[in-house]
Ligand binder design. Structure first.
Ligand code: PNS
Length: 161
């Protein structure tokens, strides 16, 4: 019997509870969900790839159908190499739509066998992004409830707080 697999790609620098919400709901729809970290050497990252992999593995340790991987290069090449047909992306607000739609169409142009499935973000997380969580945390705000506990602990270590 064939099983359904999807990837949820992103930077995850770091994983937020908005991501966690999409991942858990995605993993109920698909038999297997790969959280796929994009290696982007031009971005100034807070966490390196190994740290991000380890944090995501820790958060989803109790979910055998959620796995983590990383890739460099084109997302559609990863999908082809791993025979995965579906990309999941979360939409927080209308402002996300233009960029996400452009990416979905470009990915389909490069590889017509790939489909992008959009999931509406949980309403409590519609304002949450990795960038804003890092920024407010670094300036001393409490981010409890916005990122998983292991991520908050790791940020405390990074920022020495
Ligand atoms: O979390 P992000 O930063 O919004 O994720 C964007 C990501 C990593 C999914 C996107 O930039 C991507 O797929 N990068 C890999 C390179 C690629 O395939 N680019 C073409 C996309 S049309």
């Amino acid at each position: 019997m064939s099983s359904s697999v999807a990837v949820y790609p992103g930077s995850f620098d770091p994983l937020t509870n908005g991501h966690v919400d999409i991942i858990l709901r995605g993993a109920e729809v698909f038999d297997r969900l790969v959280v796929l970290i994009a290696v982007n050497r031009s971005k100034n990252a807070l966490f390196d790839i190994e740290e991000r992999i380890s944090l995501i593995n820790e958060v989803f340790a109790d979910y055998p159908n959620i796995t983590v991987d990383s890739f460099e290069g084109l997302l559609v090449d990863y999908l082809k190499d791993n025979s995965i047909p579906v990309i999941i992306r979360g939409l927080r607000a209308v402002s996300d739509f233009e960029y996400e739609f452009q990416m979905a169409l470009m990915n389909r142009k490069i590889n017509p066998h790939v489909e992008t499935f959009f999931m509406a973000a949980g309403e409590s997380y519609s304002y949450v992004s990795s960038r804003i969580v890092k920024e407010v945390f670094s300036l001393g705000a409490c981010v409890e409830g916005l990122a998983p506990q292991p991520v908050i602990e790791a940020m405390r270590k990074k920022f020495g707080t």
